[in-house]
Design a protein around this ligand. Sequence first.
Ligand SMILES: [Zn+2]
Length: 298
Amino acid sequence: MSFFPSAVLPDLRLLFPPPFVYVICGVLGAIIGSFLNVVIHRLPLEESVVFPDSRCPSCGAVIAFYDNIPVLSYVVLRARCRKCREAISLRYPAVELMSAALFMAVAWRDGLSYALPFDLVFVSALVALIFIDAEHMILPNAITYPGIVFALVARLAIPYLMGQPHFDDLAPLMNATLAGMPMWAASLIGGLLGALVGGGSLWLMGWTWEKLRGVEAMGLGDVKMMFMVGAYLGWRLTILTIFFGVLSGSVIGTLLMLREGKRNMQMLLPFGVFLGIGAILAVLVGAPIVEWYAGQFR
Ligand SMILES: [Zn+2]
């Protein structure tokens, strides 16, 4: 039984050939990247991300639409404000290019499917969290709270749009523990289980660190971020996310300590950055890795 009988859903792949999809997703990624730059700049200052026009952070001049074209304007203006000639941060074209590349990678992973828009929203939220955490060491509730709601909505809708196998935790749940339960309920419980695994392990890591070292290691931002990631990805891909996050965080952390010396041993790493990278990797390449790993025990 399905809310959306499959006869109603056209096969989008027949309407749009893949190269066309990649180009559209690349352009869309650059445009969304441009909006994410606004989010990254304004959210930590608690400014509206919708209302005031884009302004030069140095001189306050309103940026005309033709100076606000992703990547191209940065090149044309040679990285300087048209009015005051102050340098424009490299972060702007970097976020736009990264988002474009990421959107194309997600399109490659998903194909043109009803899961694609959900995954694009999810990775966009992660990009914003990564850059805000890198600069300000915070993961704003304004992203993580709606992110948790979004993840739960995706949990309800995607199995009916994509079929039950889309979430790798759904079939085992429905076949065993939750047999006889409707798909939406099992999917939602899968999401809550993922949130518990993600948020719970981060909370436990912070608590353990605090007991061992007597210093606060992690804010609740990481816990909320992993509630969102866990609800969306399910418990298996969430464990992989944390694994990727800890691995990349230790490598970068060790390299930084070697370079900076012992005086920065207490330096806090923005762990949300590494969890975000881990979650993006889990979206792109997680499913085959989890399958392979689970296969080792069969
Ligand atoms: Zn300026």
